[in-house]
Design a protein around this ligand. Sequence first.
Ligand code: MF3
Ligand code: CO
Ligand code: CO
Length: 252
Amino acid sequence: MSITIHDDVALTALRRAGAAAARTLAMVGTRIRPGVTTAQIEAWVREDTIRQGGWPSQLGYQGFPAAACTSRNHVVCHGIPSANEMLEPGDIVNVDVTTCLDGYHGDTSATFFVGEPGPDALHVVEVARRCRDAGIATVRDGARLGDIGHAIERLARSEGCQVVRELGGHGIGRSMHMPPHVAHHGRAGTGTRLRAGMALTIEPMINAGGAAVRFLSDGWTVVTADGRLSAQFEHTLLVTRAGAEILTAPPA
Ligand code: MF3
Ligand code: CO
Ligand code: CO
């Protein structure tokens, strides 16, 4: 399937959608603390997205029942917010925000500490952030998809962590998920060539233990097979001649 090259009109919309998603995620980050439920986080995301004139793309997406994914501790991704799930000191929680504004989507997530992190949490969260940024650093017109995955996997392994292989990043535009699939593992110099004007996400899921995951019977929640921690960071970016423009950069 072909990959969209976005024109200037589309780029303006992608920038606005990305900035809105980034603002919502930053707001959530200031409110995370012990005693908050993941349902409260979901309400913050839903209300702030709508307040900005957007719509939470994840709500109802293939039947997903919430405006945000909230993925705590050994949950890798696609955690469903719940009023029965309360954040406790020492937890980590990823919040994934996708905003549709004027028909274009911006998709971003971060993993937050709840109270003071233990050493395992500190390590896997920092490695996940660095892996995302190492992937982004390979992006430019003419680079290849395998370059992204290779950089992420090499860094994760050098830090004693493992990359989840079953899920990846994606192209983005008028739909949240578009071609190409962006694997977070791979071989440098292989795969589709990136071209200026493509928009995609890089969102590595990094496990403190083994790479294996399980899919729960709720149809959504993905967890680590060994029960150890998993962390994730996501940006939406635009491929440029010189590198990448991060469309979901946090507000200054
Ligand atoms: N925002 C998620 C991503 O990064 C999409 C989750 S699909 C949902 O691609 F249905 F679970 F919301
Ligand atoms: Co995404
Ligand atoms: Co996302």
